[in-house]
Design a protein around this ligand. Structure first.
Ligand SMILES: [Zn+2]
Length: 156
């Protein structure tokens, strides 16, 4: 039950935030803490963070491309260094792609706030469990559909 400790700690933090926001009453503690507003704010923060990281990676990658072509100009004796740069460059690109994938998940989730589809499973239409949304605010499938989907992928 280690995973639930994290959720509990997170909840405790949120309750404190709610209590600091205004008059602290008992209801604030009992009320489900991760409201859609809270999740939306977290998603917006995540979107901004991902955009910054992607920009940084893209500029690092373009610096490396510049270095690699300098190596080419100096000839073969630097080939080893150049190929390790290529490797680093590919790692950066892979990471950038990964972050872009996350960003599009986050942006899709944010769009759903406008259509009222947020928090509903894209496959079965049921509400996604609140704890799952707390842990993964951009989840588009409920836990049942997610595990079915993963089984299907493994079978392919
Ligand atoms: Zn589902």
């Amino acid at each position: 039950m280690q995973a639930s400790t994290g959720v509990l700690l997170f909840r405790a933090a949120l309750v404190t935030i709610i209590c600091n926001d205004g008059g602290c009453d008992r209801k604030a503690v009992i009320r489900p803490v991760a409201t859609n507003e809270v999740l939306k704010r977290r998603l917006e923060e995540e979107r901004d963070r991902l955009k910054r990281e992607i920009e940084e990676l893209a500029s690092q990658a373009s610096v490396m491309v510049g270095l690699a072509s300098e190596h080419d100009a100096y000839g073969n004796h630097l080939a080893d260094e150049a190929s390790s740069d290529t490797f680093e460059h590919e790692k950066l690109l892979a990471l950038e792609n990964h972050l872009r994938g996350l960003l599009s998940n986050v942006e899709d989730a944010l769009l759903k706030f406008d259509t009222g589809a947020y928090g509903k499973c894209e496959r079965c239409g049921r509400e996604i469990n609140a704890e799952r949304l707390e842990a993964l605010p951009y989840a588009s499938l409920c836990i049942d559909c997610k595990s079915k989907q993963e089984k299907e992928r493994r079978r392919r």
